[in-house]
Write a protein that binds this ligand. Structure first.
Ligand code: PCD
Length: 790
């Protein structure tokens, strides 16, 4: 393309354009669910079970109804009468909306109290009397499989006679076993048990909604903290029987989602029921403890992994067995086809010829979930296991962890690469990313320093994680949410004066879509992002989309946006040809303008063309300038990176100090480098969290031990190191602008870099593994055992 003039500067791809949405956020002008105030609105509170497992003998609401201000109390029996006591989960299980005859985990929803004020609702909830008969509690998933374990889900005993939800396996078992037999004879086999603990996304804004039913119009409007408003509307319609076009879900500003706001929770359903029953709007907002203890948890995978390799450490086969604790209801968020999500991406960045993965999932007396917390459906668990295992293999064959990775990476020329477990990786250059990370951090020098320190008795460790992610589901034929295919959409309207309204099917929770999607359009149409408003989250106006999770907005919604913009450009070309009285083939495009080839001064700007679309449109075209695209991607995208972490361990306290952490990421074409860097900083902090701090633990009676931010430790600015970042760019060959997702990469990649660094610091005394979170107590116990504690 010949460019004839500088043209307007359009802030398209690759520009650190300031986030448009921040103008309202930093002024405190965001509009969150709890900001919604409607006339006559009621407030709700939920009565929750103190027991992890019990029969409900009776529920007495009479005293609650006498509490001043209380308007109604809804119990499971009321819902049962309306056919709403149970709702489907995202995994096809059925979950109690309000418990009818038994509770299965502590903090389970038992009754819903609505009142004139939030305080009256709480007083009303406290006055509900529930008579429980406690039952034996199962917290250990291994014990859940024992023949004498109490059956936790008698409601589905016909189709599921034990506590086992499913057994799932994939890969070639025979070939994998054969490779292991061979390695036992002539090579090496390494094995490790590891636990990826139950954690919680804990967004700043908890979950909540406002439900408003207009009896005159028959229209139900629900403002809710939803990452997937359209899918939620469809599920509401199916479950309630209300006509879908009379349901409007509005997801206003969302204060962090992280996967927590993908499922439908009982509170939403109860608020809708209460709005229908009372004829008044009902607001329900969780408190922090309710959020941590009852909404979707993540991880909770007990993993046994094995690698077969030759004596040089060249990998041959991977074998994984996992026991997945799903809690009382299987409410894992994942495509129907894959019960363990995308866990079988666990061969990672390495060229395994054979692999086999088996997963058993069980019920326990814990909150339901298994959601994709900043992770594309179990990719975090997969990446953790393979990166820990590669370090274990390196120790076994006496090689440096960097060397073992470089030796086993999938080579750049092997892409598109088909993994032993059936994924087709779109593009990658793993060696380049690791070499850049090593160079930037001064890897050789750090190893020298470590050796010196070790000689002096100081404990320093270096950990690497060379992860591969898999994000951007569809294609729709393989990926769905509750049966709805995973495509996404964009609708663009160019107004007569050249200003643009774009509506997208994905829903932002803080990622900056109002900016980056405007930048995609800017790049395609040459219109400044300031002239492009991006809307989302209102099912009455936005085109149907599957929502934002699994870093799919850019890979899928971003692609839809680029394709819709190209449709606009195609029509603009026709209009320009008409206006300039030349053939379409005689036109050249430069950002913002078509001009006649050979006569650069003869041209029409996109704004002039837009005006003509409404005022002087060619008679053979429809007037107006709009386009819609529903995009079903041909494949997922496979972002990757290499992270290196340097830690020092305090021999007196067992405390791990992260001295440096360098993240090299590759997400293909970068739309907005500043936003991407922000995504990486946030994501790394959420990767640090499970590595050193977070765990939702339970005692033997099923009491949640991490029900508030004093016991559930999320890292603050004090604990967070100064992140260093760098990048390589390997575009996705199938994405219209070459972009891959990035939002989840750092959370997926970081924990094992930290764990590997801590184990590396202690490897010389024989330590091979420490389960995360690596607390000072765990480290100190090891120091003591090894005689290193001071
Ligand atoms: N980008 C750029 N470039 C590229 C890529 C990307 O620029 N290449 C950018 C975009 O556009 C946006 C961001 O960045 O803005 C991100 O992206 P992505 O990756 O595509 O993603 P999304 O879809 O958008 O999002 C999602 C994610 C997730 S998934 C999560 S968790 C998280 C992240 O995101 N979350 C959040 N991040 C964030 N941030 C914030 N602020 N908040 C939140 O919440 Mo899941 O599954 O749900 O669990």
């Amino acid at each position: 393309m010949t460019t004839t003039s500088a043209g307007p500067h359009v802030h398209g791809l690759g520009e650190p354009y300031k986030r448009k949405e921040d103008a309202r956020f930093i002024r405190g002008k965001g509009n969150y669910v709890d900001d919604i105030q409607l006339p006559g609105m009621l407030y709700a509170d939920i009565v929750r079970s103190p027991y992890a497992h019990a029969l409900i003998k009776s529920i007495d609401i009479s005293k609650a109804l006498q509490v001043p201000g209380v308007v109604a109390v809804i119990t499971g029996k009321d819902l049962e009468a309306a056919g709403l006591a149970w709702m489907p989960t995202l995994s096809g299980d059925s979950e109690a909306v309000l418990a009818v005859d038994r509770v299965l985990y502590q903090m389970q929803e038992v009754a819903f109290v609505v009142a004139e004020s939030r305080y009256a609702a709480a007083d009303g909830a406290a006055a509900v009397e529930v008579d429980y008969d406690p039952l034996p509690v199962v917290v250990d998933p291994h014990k859940a499989l024992a023949p004498d374990a109490p059956l936790l889900r008698p409601d589905k005993k016909d189709r599921q006679p034990t506590n086992q939800i499913y057994h799932w396996e994939t890969g070639d078992r025979a070939a994998t076993d054969a490779a292991f037999a061979e390695a036992e004879q002539n090579g090496v086999v390494v094995r490790q048990d590891m636990y990826v603990p139950r954690i919680h996304p804990a967004p700043i804004e908890t979950c909540g909604c406002v439900a408003d039913y207009n009896a005159a119009t028959g229209k139900l409007t629900v403002w809710m903290t939803s990452q997937a408003p359209h899918a939620h509307r469809t599920l509401f319609a199916i479950v309630s029987g209300l006509p879908e076009h009379r349901i409007r879900v509005i997801s206003p500003d969302v204060g962090g989602g992280f996967g927590n706001k993908v499922p439908i929770y009982p509170g939403y359903v109860c608020a809708v029921v209460a709005a229908l029953k009372t004829g008044r709007p009902v607001k329900w907002i969780e408190d922090r403890t309710e959020n941590l203890t009852s909404t979707g948890f993540a991880r909770d995978y007990h993993i046994h992994a094995e690698i077969a390799a030759d004596k040089e450490g060249t990998v041959k086969a991977l074998r994984v067995y996992t026991l997945a604790d799903h809690g009382a209801f299987d409410a894992a968020a994942q495509p129907t086809k894959f019960p363990a999500g995308l866990f079988h991406i666990c061969t990672g960045s390495y060229d395994f010829k054979h692999a086999h993965v088996a997963v058993d999932a069980v019920h326990t007396n814990k909150a339901p979930g298994g959601i994709a917390y900043r992770c594309s459906f179990r990719v975090t668990e997969a990446s953790y296991l393979i990166e820990r295992m590669m370090d274990t293999l390196a120790r076994e064959v006496g090689k440096d962890p960097a060397e073992i990775r470089l030796q086993n990476f999938i080579k750049p020329e092997a892409f598109p690469y088909r993994s032993a477990l059936g994924w087709t990786y779109d593009s990658g250059n793993y060696e380049r990313a690791l070499r850049l990370a090593m160079e930037k951090i001064g890897y050789e020098e750090l190893r020298r320093e470590q050796a010196e320190k070790r000689a002096r008795g100081e404990l320093m460790g270096i950990g690497i994680s060379s992860f591969t992610e898999i994000v951007g589901a569809g294609p729709g034929k393989h990926f769905d949410i509750a049966g709805i295919q995973m495509f996404d959409s964009c609708e663009i309207r160019v107004h007569p004066t050249g200003k643009v309204l774009a509506r997208i099917g994905v829903q932002t929770q803080g990622q900056g879509h109002e900016t980056t999607f405007a930048q995609i359009i800017a790049a395609e149409l040459g219109i400044s992002p300031d002239d492009v408003d991006v809307e989302h989250g209102d099912t009455d106006t936005a085109p149907y989309g599957l929502g934002t999770y699994a870093s799919r907005s850019t890979p899928v919604g971003g692609a839809a946006t680029a394709v819709a913009a190209r449709k606009i450009r195609d029509k603009a070309r026709k209009i320009a040809a008409y206006l300039l009285e030349v053939g379409e083939e005689d036109l050249e495009w430069e950002p913002g303008r078509f001009y006649v080839r050979g006569s650069p001064s003869k041209g029409k700007t996109i704004q002039e063309i837009a005006f003509a679309a409404y005022t002087n449109c060619p008679p053979y075209l429809e007037p107006g300038l709009e386009a819609v695209n529903y995009y079903d991607p041909p494949n997922l995208t496979y972002p990757f990176g290499s992270y290196i972490c340097v830690v020092d361990i305090d021999r007196g306290t067992g405390e791990v100090h992260i001295r440096r952490f360098l993240a090299v990421d590759d997400c293909g074409t970068v739309i907005n480098p500043m936003i991407v860097e922000g995504q990486i900083h946030g994501g790394l902090t959420q990767g640090l969290a499970p590595a050193l701090y977070e765990q939702l633990a339970y005692d033997e009676d099923g009491n949640v031990l991490g029900s508030n931010f004093q016991d559930y430790l999320i890292p603050t600015a004090m604990e967070t190191p100064r992140w260093e970042t760098a990048r390589t760019v390997t575009p996705s060959p199938h994405h219209p602008i070459g972009a891959k997702g990035v939002g989840e990469s750092p959370t997926v990649g970081a924990p094992q870099a930290i764990a590997n660094a801590v184990v590396d610091a202690l490897a010389h005394v024989g330590v091979r593994h420490i389960d995360i979170p690596i607390t000072p107590w765990k480290v100190w116990a090891i120091l003591k055992e090894k005689g290193l504690a001071t």
